[in-house]
Design a protein around this ligand. Structure first.
Ligand code: ZN
Length: 221
């Protein structure tokens, strides 16, 4: 679980309501929810107010061989009054870029899904990374749909809540990854809901349930 932003990067929001605090609160609440029922190993990328580079965040997930990576954020808009949560997976453009970048990496000592790329040619490496990434991407999208399903009725989503974008933090080629915009910090209603014990509980319960269903399905593969 990745609490977005931190340290000198407060994220969106102003005054005492900053995204970096909100995301950490939600991340901890989700961790507690998962641990309370057991059967899942949980790690936070940060458990205090510190700054992490984007690749460090997904790097932690890869190092731990995580089955799932979920980055928690809160959206904001300058104008208008958007509200509701949304779930992002990596876009096709982002997927292609990663495959290329990984394949291009000099001396590529990387291991993707257990395959060492070092002794493969660039062309073969690109294909292997691409295959792995496509499988991972399908799983990311499956989790996003599960999260939406479990969240309906408990979490307020915005219209068209499933989105894709080239977020750096989602670019692990072998860890299914989603970025959860838990609501708009620029919207008073969303912020109040996410800060309230009931709102945090709804977020944690729905997300934990989606994670459990996802991991159960993974274990059957
Ligand atoms: Zn953010």
């Amino acid at each position: 679980i990745d609490a977005g932003h931190g340290g000198f990067d407060p994220g969106a929001g102003q005054g005492s309501i900053r995204e970096k605090y909100l995301t950490l609160m939600l991340a901890r609440r989700l961790r507690d929810e998962l641990l309370a029922k057991g059967g899942v190993r949980v790690a936070l990328t940060r458990d205090d107010d510190r700054y992490l580079l984007l690749p460090e965040r997904s790097g932690i997930a890869r190092r731990l061989k995580a089955d799932l990576f979920i980055s928690i954020h809160a959206d904001s808009v300058e104008a208008g009054d958007a509200s509701g949560a949304s779930i992002y997976t990596l876009s096709e453009r982002g997927t292609t870029e990663t495959a290329q970048r990984m394949a291009d990496r000099e001396n590529g000592a990387d291991r993707v899904n257990g395959v060492l790329l070092q002794d493969k040619s660039d062309a073969v490496s690109a294909i292997l990374v691409d295959l792995s990434q496509r499988e991972t991407q399908a799983q990311s999208e499956e989790f996003a749909r599960l999260l939406l399903r479990e969240g309906l009725g408990r979490i307020r989503f915005r219209e068209g809540p499933l989105e894709s974008a080239a977020f750096v933090v989602l670019k692990s080629p072998d860890v299914p990854s989603v970025l959860f915009e838990s609501g708009y910090i620029s919207n008073a209603g969303d912020t109040a809901r996410l800060l309230s014990p009931a709102g945090r509980e709804a977020f944690a319960q729905a997300t934990a349930q989606a994670i459990r269903v996802f991991l159960a399905r993974q274990s059957l593969r």
